[in-house]
Design a protein around this ligand. Structure first.
Ligand code: FES
Length: 157
């Protein structure tokens, strides 16, 4: 099956390119656009992006494999990324991870059977002064307590 961007995504692609001095500089936002469009950045999607960007497939694949925010396999509707770098680890991040694992009955890297949540660990989210931090979709949740984690997950269920 061939993947193809929707007309709306193609318009957004053109607008994105117009904001950058050269095409390759727009690769990261174009990959985000592709992820919003297709959900998963499969090799087929990356081939489409490579073609649109006039880049080798290997270049696009290399960029995607470097950044953890790109999904190369199917994930749940809400992707929970919990920082496990030093500041967060020292300020309760590990307890947050254990709490969510128990609550959702999944391990890190897994998706709930109803496909609502995927739980991932990630490196520093750049908000160490508000540790522990987690990111769900595009939103940060900071200075987390276990009670707040429950409230956040309740609001998403
Ligand atoms: S260590 Fe967690 S945000 Fe930096």
């Amino acid at each position: 099956m061939t993947v193809e961007f929707s007309p709306q995504a193609k318009r957004e692609f053109k607008k994105t390119l117009a904001r950058y001095p050269h095409k390759e500089a727009a690769l990261l936002p174009v990959l985000h656009l592709a992820q919003r469009e297709f959900g998963v950045l499969s090799d087929e999607v990356l081939e489409q992006v490579a073609e649109l960007m006039d880049l080798p497939f290997s270049r696009v694949k290399g960029v995607v494999s470097f950044y953890t925010l790109y999904n190369t396999r199917e994930v749940g509707r809400h992707v929970i990324r919990i920082c496990h770098t030093l500041s967060c680890a020292l300020n309760g991040g590990e307890e947050v991870i254990e709490h969510i694992k128990k609550r959702l009955h999944i391990e890190v890297g897994e998706t709930t059977p109803d496909k609502k949540f995927t739980l991932l660990e990630c490196e520093c989210l750049g908000s160490c002064n508000t540790a522990p931090v987690m990111q769900i979709s595009d939103r940060y949740y900071e200075n987390l307590t276990l009670q707040q984690v429950d409230q956040i997950l309740d609001s998403l269920e």
